[in-house]
Design a binder for this molecule. Structure first.
Ligand code: FES
Length: 577
């Protein structure tokens, strides 16, 4: 076994189980009450298995079994596993948007670890917000942890054609609205697009964030790419259980992994994957918990060095299962090794460089070489201008190239209900050169910054064959979506950002190469509109929604709560009662 830094009496859980006082006697008697023998828990690291399972989170449907497989590894390594359920933030089912609950999960994770006799943790997540939420909370707590990614689901299938989560749903929704497929076809797509447990299997937010977290050194090597239904996945879960016990003895804490260099590596990987735009929000929030300062300009700067090598939907052609067979994330990391800081530490006690030493690409169409890259620069771009003084984001590879430099008149929707009510109306004054603008869909405006940013193309243009237009909002967009969608416009309309001042017919200039987003309206006119602008009432006056509204930061700050950023450590509880 690896060298031990800690003795049994140094374990955090020893304060609960090891003493001769009244409260320790109570803790031991209650462990015995559950049927454990003293040999099960005495002088052993207590490992929390933080489980985001629920009956309404299909991406994590295998987590009850996986938790048992983690426990097997913990027992094998001489630890004491305890399963602690936390909020299963469900991308599919939770409204108004799962983003409202990422910080809730982060707080719950942190406090579950802090308030219980825990020495180390395995974090079980994968569906979009669960990865950043779990990592943010566990980072703030600071105990040794390993992240266990849910793994992507199997490829979708419709009449032999491969379907990608989300991406092909949007595609065939447009085809249905354009009258090119039937209701029966649409129902068959519904039945074939999600064929197993596991998270979305395109390079959407789930795959982007699990890949980023593996690059940060927080999973066992190769873990993020294993399909959920592959037998390698439970074996990885058991290995994770074995390893976390050793990490506790070694006192290998997240601070050893979460350095500025590791975040740079993660950002570069997100670019090489042409990953989800959501990564710009989540990585800023995660870095904030680790005391690492990240801003969007840094993302943009790093994008200049990094080619897009992953030929995965929505930017490319293939799905996560193909990526796994092609060598997975380790192979992609090997391809961009010269751009990475390979000395960064990882949870298995080895460096990133050591972990990828033997990795290789098995399919050069799925994981491209630099010479055959999908793009020579990174997959995400940060825009600025008088319409987005604090930034906005676009995924250029998901857009039609002809629209990356475009000026057109605005067609403004004041919020999402307004968009839904009018987008398909015959009277809507819109053509293919118009720029669709949606206001009040940001962190406070919507609320929760939902994934509404892929504004639908008006039906009458769909019927003319138009499939992409410039669309601008302060919303996010699903990582599975595509189109010329300018997202995360900051500050948002709800707080009086310039987006709130746009009117029908105003010219808007988008120039992605120049990183420009300009509203062609003079400063005096904008000042006049600002003076006449009236804020909308808040969405919540009580409950969690009120906490969210009072404390959520804008998108460029990661949408974390202001009081959860790194600061002085929170004291551990006393155990006298
Ligand atoms: Fe769970 Fe997409 S719905 S990852």
């Amino acid at each position: 076994m690896a060298s031990h830094k800690l003795r049994p009496e140094d374990l955090r859980s020893h304060r609960w189980f090891g003493g001769g006082d009244l409260s320790s006697q109570g803790h031991r008697s209650r462990a015995l009450q559950m049927g454990y023998g003293r040999e099960d828990f005495t002088s052993k690291p207590v490992i929390a298995i933080i489980n985001t399972w629920s009956d309404l989170l299909p991406c994590h449907a295998h987590f009850r079994t996986r938790a048992e497989e983690v426990k097997r590894g913990v027992w094998q390594s001489g630890g004491f596993p305890v399963e602690l359920p936390v909020m299963a933030v469900s991308e599919t089912f939770q409204k108004p948007t799962s983003m409202m609950y990422r910080n809730f999960l982060a707080m719950e994770t942190e406090e579950m670890l802090r308030s219980h006799p825990i020495d180390g943790a395995v974090l079980m997540g994968g569906c979009d917000k669960t990865t950043p939420g779990l990592v943010m909370g566990a980072t703030s707590m600071g105990l040794p942890f390993i992240y266990l990614p849910a793994g992507p689901m199997l490829r979708g299938n419709w009449k032999g054609e491969q379907l990608g989560s989300g991406t092909d749903r949007w595609k065939y929704w447009a085809e249905l609205r354009a009258g090119r497929i039937t209701e029966d076809d649409w129902r068959e797509v519904e039945e074939g697009i999600a064929r197993s447990y596991g998270h979305c299997m395109v390079m959407g937010t789930a795959s982007t964030m699990t890949s980023a977290v593996e690059t940060l050194g927080l999973t066992l090597p190769g873990a993020a790419s294993i399909p959920a239904a592959d037998s390698s996945h439970p074996r990885m879960a058991t290995a994770t259980g074995r390893r976390i016990v050793e990490m506790v003895w070694e006192d290998l804490r997240p601070a050893a992994m979460l350095t500025p260099q590791a975040f740079d590596n993660a950002i570069k990987v997100v670019h090489a994957l042409s990953g989800s735009t959501n990564a710009l929000i989540h990585l800023v929030a995660m870095a904030g918990r680790a005391g690492v300062k990240l801003d969007w300009d840094h993302f943009d700067k790093l994008s200049e060095q990094v080619p897009v090598l992953a030929n995965l939907r929505p930017a490319g052609q293939y799905l996560m299962e193909d990526f796994y067979y092609a060598g997975g994330l380790r192979a992609l990391l090997k391809e961009i090794e010269s751009l990475l800081d390979t000395k960064c530490m990882t949870v298995n006690g080895k460096t990133l460089g050591e972990n990828i030493a033997t990795a290789k690409v098995n399919n050069t169409d799925v994981i491209r070489s630099r010479e055959k890259a999908l793009s020579q620069t990174g997959g995400l771009a940060v825009l600025r201008g008088n319409l987005a003084p604090d930034g906005a984001v676009i995924k250029p590879l998901a857009a039609e190239a002809r629209l990356l430099k475009h000026t057109g008149p605005a067609v403004v929707f004041k919020d999402y209900p307004d968009l839904r009510a009018r987008i398909d109306s015959d009277d809507l004054k819109v053509d293919e050169n118009s720029v669709l603008v949606m206001q009040n869909a940001g962190p406070l405006g919507a609320p929760g910054m939902p994934e509404w940013g892929q504004l639908p193309i008006p039906k009458k243009l769909l019927q003319k064959g138009i499939r992409d237009m410039v669309r601008i909002s302060d919303a996010r967009m699903s990582g599975t979506s595509y189109g010329t969608c300018v997202l995360h416009v900051t500050p948002e309309a709800h707080v009086g950002g310039p987006l709130a001042l746009v009117k029908d017919g105003d010219l808007i200039e988008l120039d992605v190469a120049a990183r420009k987003l300009e509203l062609k309206v003079g400063p005096e006119e904008l000042a006049k509109r600002k003076a006449a602008w009236k804020p909308r009432p808040p969405h919540y006056t009580r409950g969690y929604g009120k906490v969210f509204s009072d404390h959520v930061t804008q998108a460029n700050k990661g949408c974390d709560f202001d009081f959860l950023h790194a600061g002085a450590p929170t004291p551990d509880p006393d155990t006298h009662h």
